[in-house]
Each structure stands twice: as structure tokens, then as C-alpha cells.
Write a protein that binds this ligand. Structure first.
Ligand code: NAP
Length: 323
């Protein structure tokens, strides 16, 4: 069977971790990488034993040997670079957040469909065995009706006013950087909320330092999600139902352990040890989709990315955060 050729666009921190994961996926490989800086591209390629490297993103998307491009640049560039790839009929895996706002996400999805190529947001947490197990437990009724979901993701980012995390021009702030994870979990389990109440504390740069939101659902459920770039939070997720509770243990967005407890005092623990850094699960899903000729993943569909963009827009607007 075919081995799928990836191209990596933008060679920062996450590009390295993503590339490292290919050793655990037999039928996918990084064929070429591209940086705005030719020396950086050469050094990255040599360090990862990759034969082809480019000093521009345009050369990468023009390489006929590449099947799919992984976009690993700061968020404000995701929209234009995804469109660039799609115009060249390249499939795309674009890092989270998919783009800066709903309008951009709509344009990306629309062009993806017209181009008839695979397009997916790189929400890697979706593909971990721990996420699959929590979904399976909830769907099987193991906690009765889901009533309350709590998930957090906060870390202390080194203060660098020009860096990606603090600089609004580079999409800085907690919600778009790590707030997408708890928001994703709430929308995965509960869907689109009927009401959102959000507050943000700002950094001096105007990005959100800490963001907290309550999501209300007409079926009675509530989700509480929070994110921060100025405090290190437990990074646990709890799914509380009428008959029990599921905990996705820290760090829940890439967890190796899930615990189920019933109100009656029963308890089961599920462990998912793995040797790679976790990106292998996302790459494996892409291989499955490309093998099947799909243009979107059923696990991380366009509709979920669009919903995430809409909810993020509302949270940021209520928090008076403007890019
Ligand atoms: N899935 C995850 O676990 C995860 C984790 C961290 C980050 N991310 C996402 O991945 C994306 C990149 O994050 P990162 O931490 O890898 O960022 P980073 O280290 O700052 O690297 C981003 C890369 O983007 C390229 N770039 C293009 N235009 C740029 C510009 N004007 N300013 C700065 N860089 C520019 C640069 O590559 P060249 O110089 O090579 O062109 C740079 O090295 C973000 O959207 C983030 O949300 C995902």
C-alpha cells in the first residue's frame, strides 16, 4: 500500500515534535520541509534525515511528490497558508486553532470542499485512546446523563512580548493558544451551547492572560472551561453525570489514564501507555482518511472546527479581546 508523503511548512517548536512522531507510523513519512530561512530548512532536514528542503513555502506547495502539507506556523497565518495549499490541490493538516475567526474557517472549508482534497484542523487530542475511552464510556451510559463538564489548560508562558504567546499580532493569548483544548472537549461531548458567559483578564499586550467561560445547554448540562498563560493549572478534565464521574487525568489533552467512578462507589481505571509523543495517533487517522479517499475526518469533521471557531469568537468578543 501507498506511503503518504507529508510536507512540513514552518519549522518551529511543534514542527519538530510532529516530525519526530513519524517513526511510529509505518505508512507515512516527511518527504520535505520548508522554512522562510534556507539554512534553517537544511539544518532541520539534516537533523531528521529528510532528503528535500525548501527556502520558501511556495516551493513546498509546488512539490508534486507531496500528498499533504502540515501547517505549523502561528495562528494568523493558518488561513492564507491553507488557501495557498488548497489552490495547489494539496491536502492540508493545519495546526489548532484552525484560523483567527469564523469567517476565515468558513473560507478554508469552502475552498477545501471545492478543491476536493482532505482538510483537517490539527486538534491532536481528538485521536488519543484516552479521548476514545471517555467518549465510549459516556455513549454507553456509564455516567448516566452528562450534567457538568470541567476542563482547564493553564501554563506559565515565559514573558516574551514579541513571541507568539503574548503578541496579539501573532495571535497571542490564552483562548486561542490553549483555551481551544477545553473548548474542544466541551463541544465534542455536548455540542454547541445555547448560552455562553465568558470573562477574560488581559495582559499588558492586550492578549487574554486568563479566560474562563460557562456554556449552558438546553438539556440541563453546563460546561466550565478555563485557560491561562499566567498560571499553571491542574490540566484535568471531569465529566460528571447523574450516575457517575469520568476523570481524564493530567495532562488531559494528551492523557494516558482515564478513571470511571459510579455514585455507588465502583471504580475502574484505564491506562493507555504509548511510546511516541502522541502525534502518531493524529497521523494514523490521516493515513486512514487518505487511504479511503476522504476529504474530511469523521472524528474531527469540518463542522466541529466551524463550531469551535464560532464559540471562540463569542468568548473573545465577550472578553473584549480583538485582533
Ligand atoms: N498541537 C499541539 O500540541 C501544539 C503545540 C504547540 C503549538 N501548536 C500550534 O502550532 C502553531 C505553531 O506553534 P509553535 O509553538 O511551533 O510556534 P513557533 O515555535 O513560534 O514556530 C512557528 C514557525 O512559524 C513560522 N513563521 C512564519 N511566519 C512567521 C512569523 N511572521 N513570525 C513567527 N513565525 C513565523 C516560523 O517558521 P520558519 O522560520 O521555519 O519559516 C516559525 O518557526 C500554533 O498555531 C500553535 O497553536 C500546537
Amino acid at each position: 500500500m501507498k506511503t503518504w508523503n507529508f510536507g512540513v511548512l514552518g519549522l518551529g517548536k511543534i514542527a519538530k515534535r510532529f516530525t519526530d512522531a513519524f517513526q511510529y507510523v509505518p505508512r507515512a513519512r516527511v518527504h520535505a520541509v520548508a522554512s522562510r530561512d534556507g539554512n534553517k530548512a537544511r539544518e532541520f532536514a539534516e537533523a531528521h534525515h529528510i532528503s528535500t528542503y525548501y527556502a520558501s513555502y511556495e516551493e513546498l506547495v509546488s512539490d508534486p511528490a507531496i500528498d499533504i502539507i502540515y501547517i505549523a506556523t502561528p495562528h494568523p497565518f493558518h488561513h492564507e497558508q491553507t488557501l495557498l495549499c488548497l489552490h495547489h490541490k494539496k491536502a492540508v493538516l493545519c495546526e489548532k486553532p484552525f484560523a483567527m475567526n469564523t469567517r476565515q474557517v468558513q473560507e478554508m472549508i469552502s475552498l477545501g470542499r471545492r478543491s476536493n482534497v482532505f482538510l483537517m484542523e490539527g486538534m491532536w487530542s481528538r485521536f488519543f485512546p484516552s479521548t476514545h475511552k471517555a467518549l465510549e464510556l459516556v455513549r454507553s451510559g456509564a455516567i448516566g446523563e452528562l450534567q457538568y463538564l470541567h476542563a482547564d489548560f493553564g501554563f506559565v508562558a515565559p514573558v516574551n512580548l514579541d513571541g507568539r504567546v503574548y503578541n496579539p499580532a501573532l495571535g497571542g493569548g490564552a483562548q486561542l493558544d490553549v483555551g481551544v483544548y477545553p473548548m474542544f472537549l466541551a463541544l465534542l461531548f455536548l455540542g454547541k451551547p445555547d448560552e455562553i458567559k465568558a470573562i477574560c483578564q488581559k495582559t499588558n499586550t492586550g492578549a487574554d492572560a486568563t479566560t474562563s467561560a460557562l456554556l449552558r445547554y438546553s438539556n440541563g448540562a453546563i460546561a466550565h472551561i478555563m485557560s491561562s498563560i499566567v498560571t499553571d493549572t491542574p490540566k484535568e478534565a471531569h465529566l460528571m453525570g447523574t450516575t457517575g464521574v469520568i476523570t481524564i487525568h493530567t495532562p488531559w489533552h494528551k492523557s494516558q489514564q482515564v478513571t470511571w467512578r459510579s455514585n455507588a462507589g465502583e471504580k475502574k481505571e484505564f491506562s493507555f501507555p504509548h511510546s511516541g509523543n502522541g502525534f502518531e495517533f493524529e497521523i494514523e487517522e490521516i493515513v486512514r482518511c487518505l487511504d479511503a479517499g476522504k476529504t474530511e475526518s469523521e472524528l474531527m469533521p469540518h463542522s466541529l472546527s466551524l463550531m469551535m471557531a464560532e464559540v471562540a469568537d463569542e468568548i473573545l468578543q465577550q472578553g473584549d479581546i480583538r485582533y
